[in-house]
Design a protein around this ligand. Structure first.
Ligand code: PLP
Length: 438
């Protein structure tokens, strides 16, 4: 209650802006799930730059949420800002290619090793299109996902494993088809379950994050992906690596760092520095099948792509982001800083005697409410505590620091400094002291 009161007193202009938005926006916020963030009203932002967000009441917040990965390379990174400014008076959408398009494709091919790429407006769309291409290419309808996954609002993935049975999530609104008909769901890190599912011979692709990041982080056990990839190939399925979040690992994502060879790879969020755009890449083999499927299909719309896909602003943003922002030098700054953050939090957990642990994938760090990291979606779900997450988030906001309001997720960006990390650790120390003494 005291933290809620502090928030209300600190943020009168946000309160007024939230009241206006409440009158005109469904649920009063641009994303309806922002109402679940545990603040008394929606915090409004005035501007954001580098590792900082300036809220509507004039506070500067040190930002470790970073747009839930959209701003993983800092807010308004200078090269992207310059590219957007240069394009600003030169047109936004023409249905024609700009010189940037091929340069983006080349940068992606060089970085991720997949030869052919296409564009989308969001990672959701990139996943949707990839699955469509693979269904068309393989002639198989089913896809396999892992319990607790999230790949955006592509409908196919809203399926959970409940008492060993696939069940469509009952939180879904307006869904008219039974999603369990074409989606198989199993637990992560379970090779026997993967083999059993694949052996039926009807799975087009396994759509997966190399590390699960949307139910708290769940890391693959040593050897899991090597064996999983062999099984996937053996049974004629394809692997889609959704690296939207795991690009935190390094310049080539988790796949490059850990030797995964996906048939398709999806990237969104930071790929254009946070501007709305996404990409998906294909192996030569998949691309050949996809082209053949298109050639063999009756003429007409494939159902893949949208008018603003590949718009000129998005292309300029991606070209700048991929060539000047998402660089090895950026990771060389971010990774040791994330290590400092993870070690600092381990120290606080020990100091306060909490039965918690820290997980980290490159620039991405979380603390989880269990002594050891979860192995799969069921275990990860079992340790979630939204109320506690919100309390921590609110306490940190009141102390000028922002982390992601779910899963205690924290990212560092190229502009984050050691002093920023220490500021977060000091604020978290205060918040944990309060929580322990509740
Ligand atoms: N893939 C993963 C792994 C994600 O975490 C998300 C969003 O959080 C998406 C895809 C969808 O991204 P977007 O909401 O930008 O479409």
């Amino acid at each position: 209650a005291a933290e809620r009161q502090t928030f209300e007193q600190r943020n009168p202009r946000s309160a007024a802006l939230a009241a206006l938005a409440q009158q005109h926006l469904l649920f009063g916020v641009p994303l309806h799930w922002m109402t679940d963030w545990g603040t008394p009203f929606a915090l409004h932002v005035d501007s954001a730059s580098g590792a900082e967000v300036n809220d509507a009441d004039g506070h500067t917040l040190t930002d470790f949420c970073l747009g839930d990965t959209g701003a993983m390379f800092g807010h308004s990174p200078a090269p992207v800002a310059a590219a957007l400014a240069a394009q600003a008076t030169r047109g936004y959408t023409t249905m024609l290619a700009t010189a940037d398009a091929g340069m983006v494709g080349r940068a992606l091919s060089e970085r991720f090793g997949l030869p052919l790429w296409q564009f989308a407006m969001s990672a959701t769309d990139a996943n949707r299109y990839t699955v469509r291409w693979i269904r068309a290419a393989t002639g198989r309808r089913k896809i396999l996902v892992f319990n607790g996954c999230y790949h955006g609002t592509i409908e196919d993935v809203f399926v959970d494993l409940v008492h060993g049975q696939p069940v469509q999530r009952d939180s879904l609104l307006g869904q008219v088809h039974d999603l369990t008909e074409h989606t198989v769901v199993i637990e992560f890190n379970d090779l026997a379950a993967l083999e059993a599912a694949l052996s039926k011979g009807d799975i087009a692709c396994v759509l997966a994050e190399p590390v699960m990041t949307n139910i708290g982080m769940v890391l693959p056990e040593p050897g899991y992906w090597e064996a999983a990839q062999t099984l996937i190939k053996q049974h004629g399925a394809m692997l889609v690596a959704d690296e939207t979040h795991t690009i935190s690992t390094g310049p080539g994502g988790y796949s490059q760092a850990f030797g995964l060879k996906p048939d398709a790879l999806v990237l969104g969020k930071p790929v254009g520095g946070g501007v709305g755009c996404a990409v998906y890449g294909m192996s030569a083999e998949l691309a050949e099948l996809a082209v053949k499927a298109k050639q063999d299909a009756p003429p007409g719309h494939s159902g893949i792509g949208t008018t603003l896909t590949g718009n000129m602003l998005a292309m300029a943003a991606m070209r700048a982001a991929l060539t000047e922002v998402i660089t090895p030098a950026a990771y060389a700054h971010m990774l040791p800083l994330a290590e400092r953050l993870a070690n600092g939090i381990r120290g606080l957990i020990a100091k306060h005697g909490l039965p918690w642990c820290v997980t980290q994938v490159g620039a991405r760090t979380e603390f989880q409410f269990a002594p050891t990291p979860p192995r799969n979606g069921a275990e990860a779900e079992g340790i979630l505590d939204g109320e506690l997450e919100h309390l921590i988030h609110l306490g940190l906001l009141n102390r000028g620091v922002m982390i992601t309001p779910f899963h205690n997720m924290m990212l560092v960006c190229p502009q984050t400094s050691e002093a920023d990390v220490d500021r977060l650790l000091a604020a978290l120390d205060e918040v944990l002291t309060q929580i322990v003494n509740r």
